[in-house]
Design a protein. Structure first.
Length: 238
């Protein structure tokens, strides 16, 4: 499968935005300041979608200078920083790092993450993440992430769709592509649903315990499905 460059992803997002909801619809949702830790395919694509919707985004990694090109493509609503700076910046923190980095990131920033809404877009993939992926599978990724950030408001999402589909299908005509959101925390689910809507998708909420069914190699897998299609898949798996 070909790899899309960030510029190609940005072009897809601009094209998809031509079919965006009207300004009146967008005005129903408050804009957010979003700190995105990890600016690979998933983090950069999400950041570009949200800046197009009018949100402010800080892309973060241990080497923020390397993210300046991503921020430039995302537009004037985007900046770069370290993980600590992104957590301080955002009213929402998005985790988009390889899962093997999660313990280090969450431990180093435990105090700053306390009370924050955290949108977890990660997947634990054995071939990439090693032993921690086996540990995650034993308890479920929702429970594992919650254990890493016990004082945060956690919701999981955008981990059951390919980044190329994210870029191409935001605000598509007809039924919107749906994003399963796994969470039990009312505040996190509310904010997560808002962010999904602002990015041009439809949220489908499930309990956090079902998070382990979603994502690459998991029972329900990944895909660009409508809300009705996701609900059928989720219902058949109960």
């Amino acid at each position: 499968m070909p790899t899309f460059s960030r510029r190609a992803v940005a072009t897809l997002i601009v094209a998809a935005s031509a079919h965006a909801a009207s300004p009146a619809v967008r005005a129903e949702s408050a804009h957010h300041k979003i700190g995105i830790i990890g600016a690979g395919h998933v983090g950069s694509t999400l950041g570009m979608l949200w800046t197009k919707a009018g949100d402010e985004v800080m892309f973060a990694s241990r080497h923020p200078d390397e993210l300046k090109a991503v921020a430039a493509e995302a537009g004037p609503g985007a900046t770069v920083g370290t993980p600590a700076q992104a957590i301080a910046f955002g009213d929402v923190v998005v985790m988009a790092v390889p899962y093997k980095a999660m313990p280090e990131v969450t431990t180093a920033n435990a105090a700053a993450l306390k009370g924050k809404v955290v949108f977890d877009a990660t997947n634990a993939i054995p071939a990439r993440d090693g032993a921690i992926a086996d540990d995650v599978r034993k308890v479920g990724i929702g429970a594992y992430s919650a254990g890493l950030m016990p004082d945060s408001h956690l919701v999981r999402g955008f981990n059951a769709i390919n980044y190329k589909d994210m870029a191409a299908d935001g605000f598509r005509k007809g039924d919107r592509v749906a994003i399963p959101l796994a969470g039990d925390d009312p505040k996190a689910v509310s904010v997560g649903s808002d962010l999904v809507t602002q990015a041009g998708f439809e949220p489908v909420v499930v309990p956090l315990a079902r998070a382990d069914e979603l994502g690459p190699g998991r029972p329900l897998g990944t895909g660009a499905f409508s809300a009705a299609e996701w609900k059928r898949k989720l219902g058949s798996a109960k």
